[in-house]
Write a protein of this length. Structure first.
Length: 396
């Protein structure tokens, strides 16, 4: 029988310094990129949305995995759960990164065409005006972030406090609340996907959009979760996460790769079969010029490559190949969001400019620094969770 060992602490002083340095670099890069507002306002705000939604999807997906862990009463994942909690707890930073998008909706009108007062009499917009109006848009965003921040903090605090008092009822309490939280989470994720991505073109719509975006976010956040566990293991700080834990996470990554393919194909097939001009132009616009090759590469890279890579059992049990697959899924999540958002700026051809690089790197450094500060503020895993022994007894 496995022995419940104490979590090994990280060198807090070292990682705090690194975390603050990363946050400083991130803020500097974002400040430098803000110069693009003057010369390329449309490219700037589209690039900001691309980077924002990429990192938002990682935090939102992490919150989903924590909620799912409690709802299913999964014992195997206790050892690795804390890192998903840490990523989900970064939502206050994500909310701050949303402010430029909200500012553009009210005053810039470069991102969402429907926010422009000149289009107030457009018949298609008037038909959706009860939903697509600025006050309601802002209220929804406020509610989304309030829910995500409170839910993530509630789960993180409950888990961390249990490290101190060992109260098993905290687990029961978190599990009971997670049922309702998961329902609200699903609604918030669906409408956020509609508000921030589908509403880029208010004339277009898809009934599968919420599920499509959610599955991509869940798969990408799982990939990040795997990479974090592998990183900690490589430094010798989380030996309790063994080969079997990696195998189980790899199977989930494989499942969500297949699920993404199902949603993506279903959405495309229904629109192609219906052949309604109001729907098909979304894909036609993204199959023009070099965007066509980008779309083909997305199908191959987002589905077939990770699907085939993760299909063998040996791949999912090998840290190197599993890490390669997880890194690839993260890269393809960024590529997919680029394909969804940036054709609004680069109409004729795929292009990656300095603004895209600066904003993405700035947000990445800022959130990576915040994650490191969160990492050293708590144990690496919930060492007094009543299901910890079950998790430690998962052997390869």
């Amino acid at each position: 029988m496995s022995r419940v060992s104490a979590a090994v602490p990280l060198p807090a002083a070292k990682w705090k310094i690194l975390g603050r340095w990363l946050q400083g670099i991130g803020l500097f890069l974002l400040a430098a990129s803000s110069l693009g507002i003057r010369w390329h306002p449309k490219e700037f705000i589209h690039s900001w949305l691309f980077s924002f939604f990429f990192f938002f999807s990682l935090c939102a997906g992490a919150l989903f995995w924590v909620l799912l862990h409690y709802v299913t009463n999964a014992g195997w994942g206790v050892v690795v759960r804390r890192q998903a909690e840490n990523v989900a707890s970064l939502f206050p930073w994500v909310a701050l990164l949303f402010l430029p998008i909200l500012w553009d909706a009210f005053s810039g009108h470069q991102l969402y065409e429907w926010t422009n007062p000149a289009l107030a009499h457009d018949p298609a917009l008037r038909a959706k005006s009860a939903y697509l109006n600025l006050p309601f848009f802002a209220i929804r965003a406020l509610f989304f972030f309030a829910f995500w921040i409170v839910a993530a903090r509630f789960l993180w605090n409950g888990s961390r406090l249990q490290d101190s008092d060992g109260d098993p009822w905290r687990t029961v309490r978190l599990q009971k609340f997670s049922y309702g939280l998961l329902v609200v989470y699903g609604a918030c994720m669906t409408f956020a996907a509609i508000d921030w991505l589908m509403a880029l073109d208010f004339r277009w719509g898809s009934t599968l959009w919420g599920g499509y975006v959610f599955v991509g976010a869940a798969g990408a956040s799982l990939a990040l979760w795997i990479l974090l566990i592998l990183w900690l293991r490589a430094m010798g700080y989380l030996p309790e996460a063994n080969e079997e834990h990696l195998h189980l996470m790899g199977k989930l990554l494989f499942a969500f790769t297949a699920l993404w393919g199902y949603f993506a194909f279903s959405q495309y097939m229904l629109i192609w079969y219906g052949n309604i001009p109001e729907e098909t132009y979304f894909f036609i616009r993204r199959n023009f010029g070099s965007w066509n090759w980008f779309a083909i590469g997305l199908v191959v890279g987002r589905f077939f490559v990770p699907f085939l890579l993760l299909l063998p059992q040996a791949t999912k049990r090998n840290p190197k190949t599993l890490g390669l697959a997880a890194g690839w899924v993260l890269f393809m999540q960024a590529a997919e969001l680029y394909w969804l958002i940036l054709p609004g700026v680069f109409v004729n051809a795929v292009a990656v400019g300095l603004l895209e690089i600066l904003i993405w790197a700035g947000m990445g450094c800022l959130l990576a620094g915040a994650f490191l500060l969160r990492l050293v503020s708590c144990e690496l895993y919930p060492r007094r969770d009543p299901r910890l022994r079950e998790s430690l007894e998962v052997i390869s």
